[in-house]
Design a binder for this molecule. Sequence first.
Ligand SMILES: *Cc1c(COP(=O)(O)O)cnc(C)c1O
Length: 733
Amino acid sequence: MGANCSIDVTLKDFRLMDLQQLTSRIPRRISRLAELSNNLWWSWNLPARELFESIDARLWRTSGHNPVRLLAEVEIKRLDSLAVDQEFLVKYDRAIGEFDSIIKDGNTWVSRNFQGVFKKPIAYFSMEFAVHNSLPMYAGGLGVLAGDICKEASDLGLPFVGVGFMYPEGYFHQRISDEGWQIEHYRQLDFDLAPVSKVTMPDGSQFIMSLSLGDKTVFITAWEVKVGRSILYLLDTNLPENAPGDRELSARLYSAGKDIRLQQEYILGIGGVRLLRLLGIDPAAWHCNEGHTSFLLVELLREHLLAGETFEKAVDKVRAATIFTTHTPVPAGHDTFDESMIERYFCCFWESLALDRERFMSLGQASPGEPFNMTALGMNLSKNINAVSKIHGEVSRRMWQRLYPQTPESAVPINHVTNGIHVPTWLTPGMSKLFEKSFGAEWYQRRHDISFRKAVEAIPDEALWQVHQDRKQRLAHYIREQARQEWGGIDVSSRRLVALGAMLDPEVLTVGFVRRFVEYKRPTLLFKDIERLKTIVRNWQRPVQFIFAGKSHPADYMAKELIHRVYGQATDREFEGRICFIEDYDLHLARYLVSGVDVWLNNPRRLLEASGTSGMKASINGVPNASILDGWWHEGFNGRNGWAIGGTFKPEDPNAEDIQDASELYGLLEEQIIPMFYERDTADIPRRWLKICKEAIASTLFSFSASRMMMEYAEMMYVPIAQSAATVAIQSE
Ligand SMILES: *Cc1c(COP(=O)(O)O)cnc(C)c1O
């Protein structure tokens, strides 16, 4: 106890650092390019993207589509000439005009439907956010979802702040060695060229707060990222005030042992709430994205206890204002910590609140003595709990029934909101333009009341096929250019080039298996019967090629074996170069892959895929799914928009499940997918195939969008919480 337990921040005022430096390079007529580059809104606005590209197409590509970097590196001469280029100025004025109208526009879904309800923002906490490739703060689906949620909240006009971590080294970049093993390497983020601003104090110095963490004090700074109207705050401990080990606390995502993980989660939850308080932000509701963030609930509990509430009343108040979303049907995927570890960082916490150890521990336990479970903590302190698909809801109620011993499984209070994707981020420009032509320029504004089926049927087959062929070409180009760069390296083997996809043929039916490599997703299921697969692949009249990509967690050796196996197959001459593994799957590569293959393959072990979102990205781009009926596909498959691999029955024996599913998959390829893809009319158009592509678009464009998802979160949870908070405020006046 003692000084360590005080709340130790003094700062009240702050302002954000301005963009002076970048702006000073740019002629006045077009100087707002700097501001535009610093709000990631540009990344989902086509005119803004095209504007940046037109400044310097080559730099745009080499910068990894990072406009901050582009503006910092482009020659001043070029900027000067653009400032008097009429064509450029028209584009500039249009993009800036749209930016202003979006940022300031009061006419949104929220303002039309819930006028006056949201006087305060929703706070959304997540360990990772994938907003854009220039901020590599994510490992996979959880982060992509969080990023898409921030963008959609902005589009809908929902006041929203995200809280997460700034990882200067982010998640790792992946290379595959000649022998087929994953090699991880980390790159330091160049903060000056990232779309982030320091949160600063009035005198321009850096915002810093201190936080007691067990028996030490850690200093924390924060970065701000603008995501349309939403704001994302990222916490960072890399400060000279900190001990070297503590500076590293926020260095990397999911790389370290449990002790570091616990400290990270402490900083995110407790530090995150305090950060918002210091910035004067008083959220209407608090949303926990997965158990990593649950300590924020403990901090809220502390606030109520300090305000004089009884323990029971304080718990009720926290529960009433919070939402907890669980994502993991795999028991090992839930963070747990031994009591001794919790004790180390929280003992002064509970002592200062006059809580006893048992009471505190029980918040994260179903029964005394078991490890402290972050999901249990989230569920105990939230009244609104949801899983991320219908079937995941069922699995979660079964899994967590032990927290509700008096309640029958079907009544366990876990609901579901099926995940969705942010359509403007994931719809490729070609498809987006096609939709504008067919559905009208304002279709996205009217997305919740369009009958997409009719609108999609009206798209000419030729036009749709053309756009898709273009995406395939782009993907092939991307892969070939990667291989070309390899070839320029030292001592690269031709085997390696083939494995990296140098021999892919954009005319051939292409199936993508692209996802995190982890055992339950069964990345090697396709190779269960190699001879049968070889016959399928090598059919000279109707060949098939397979593209694999995905990272495995650095400590998951089983998953690394799976990459090794796939890479081995890619180098097998008998597959004739038609199987490849593309390195370093990330948001950027994902945009190529989800639109550039012909079929999106997903074959997880049943009941273990909570939702999956990459299949939705493919589907809205007219790429049908062939998938096990798990996660979102259990709801999404309608018999006409793709293929189901097997049924919903789950055999007891995993090997039996593998054999059965592999055989179903081969059968689908041989009897349905391949014949239909190669069935062409005289104009070389696969009419029957395109019917499936169109149905894929129509059945997912709204139903599996982040719009539908966020409208559900708003209607089911955010609005009732905001309204009841308002009622309480009136009663107590
Ligand atoms: C969409 C996406 C994911 C999540 O895809 P799943 O279908 O859930 O596996 C993971 N990583 C990246 C880079 C993505 O874009």
